[in-house]
Write a protein that binds this ligand. Structure first.
Ligand SMILES: Cc1cc2nc3c(=O)[nH]c(=O)nc-3n(C[C@H](O)[C@H](O)[C@H](O)COP(=O)(O)O)c2cc1C
Length: 378
């Protein structure tokens, strides 16, 4: 009996993947130890364990500051940013070649990602002894976020800086443990910004409601073959793929086995979202709480400010050893997004990001493209 992918349960897929994985794993040894380049872990070290080098002239310092900016999170790890440098000015530009046409048609998540990178950039610049003058899409440069750096006498508070190379999106099951009230307050304070609020939920009733929205989000997204094709395009099913591109969603980062692309695409392509929902619901119920970032306006400046507020939240959470993971499905589906506005009495404010938080083990890290790949004339 030829069983279509949809009948293949996650357990069966993992068993098959393990067999294929063993075969794939043996292949290299059988290939008489062909010389191999740097491994995934080598690249993780290069990306996440290289301290900020404050030596050198201003230009090399600016390159280091930009390197720290690129450690920011981005939708599907698209890294949709370009940086142009002129003297003491850095322009951050959207890289629309990395646009997610299906899940992010209006580039909302792209500009939120630029906001995350901007926040890292400003924090790293302060650590380097620079104060920033930042303008979002000024009239004389409407496509760019313009950051002018000036020598600063004030010593920066480095606790968020130290968290930049530690922060990650941690997509495993969390330890269902409450977070002390004063730490919850620190998370809320860190997330506040003009026209941006972060609503925090720790009670079961709203959290179960979010699970229903995530479930419906998965159902609608996986029913859309264009969404699934785009997701498969950005998934990196094994280390070779991840090392070739150094972007996208490495299956390592979500605890899935390494598989050949044909098998991974077959499984994801055949899923109706139920597996994802089962996993999301279990993970959400293992979390200490959820947070919904909302903004008063819904334009690119508000999206950048949302990204900045989220990054300050994520770095503060990291200093408190609190992990986070996104569940933006109900915000990415327009009908569900407006339902969230009503269900949570947002009075016209716009939901921008939904995440869960709690205590957990660190997961394998995502990769980043080399700095040379993101420096552009812009
Ligand atoms: C605007 C935005 C939206 C995101 N949406 C999701 C999401 O819906 N689900 C998810 O698992 N991760 C989501 N992420 C996390 C990215 O996939 C993650 O940042 C990227 O893979 C890099 O990994 P890192 O955050 O661990 O460095 C989002 C990130 C950003 C900035």
């Amino acid at each position: 009996m030829n069983r279509s992918a949809t009948n293949m349960t996650r357990r069966e897929f993992l068993a098959l993947a393990a067999q294929v994985g063993v075969a794939t794993a043996l292949a290299p040894t059988l290939a008489a130890c062909a010389p191999s380049g740097p491994t995934y872990d080598d690249h993780v070290k290069r990306v996440w364990e290289q301290p900020l080098d404050a030596g050198g002239n201003m230009n090399s310092q600016i390159l280091e500051i930009i390197r720290y900016a690129t450690l920011a999170p981005s939708g599907h790890n698209t890294q949709p940013w370009k940086f142009a440098i002129k003297d003491n000015t850095i322009r951050i530009l959207p890289d629309f070649a990395r646009h997610l046409a299906i899940v992010d048609p209006d580039d909302r998540e792209l500009f939120i990602s630029l906001g995350c990178a901007l926040e890292n950039l400003v924090i790293a610049a302060q650590q380097m002894g620079y104060a920033d003058e930042t303008a979002l899409f000024p009239a004389n440069d409407p496509d760019a976020i313009v950051v002018r750096l000036n020598e600063s006498k004030t010593k920066s508070d480095s606790h968020l800086f130290d968290a930049i190379p530690i922060r990650q999106s941690t997509r495993n099951e969390y330890a269902k443990q409450k977070i002390p009230t004063d730490d919850l307050q620190k998370l809320e304070q860190a997330s506040q910004a003009p026209c941006i609020s972060a609503l925090l939920f720790t009670e079961n009733q709203p959290i179960e409601s979010f699970i229903e929205y995530v479930k419906e989000g998965n159902r609608q997204q996986y029913a859309d073959k264009h969404f699934v094709e785009e997701l498969i395009q950005w998934l990196r099913f094994n280390d070779d793929e991840a090392l070739q591109r150094r972007d996208g969603l490495s299956t390592r980062c979500s605890g899935n086995p390494s598989t050949p692309r044909w098998l991974g695409s077959f499984f994801v392509g055949g899923s109706n979202g139920d597996d994802q929902t089962e996993k999301d619901a279990k993970n959400i119920r293992s979390s200490a709480g959820m947070m919904l970032f909302v903004s008063e306006r819904n334009d690119k400046a508000a999206w950048v400010e949302t990204g900045r507020a989220y990054e300050r939240y994520a770095l503060t959470a990291t200093t408190l050893n609190i992990k986070s993971a996104f569940l933006n499905q109900p915000i990415e589906v327009p009908t569900l997004r407006s339902q969230l506005q009503t269900r949570f009495n947002l009075a016209g404010a716009y939901p921008q990001l939904l995440l869960r938080f709690g205590y957990s083990q660190v997961m394998p890290r995502s990769l980043r493209r080399p700095i040379e790949a993101v420096i552009g004339r812009g």
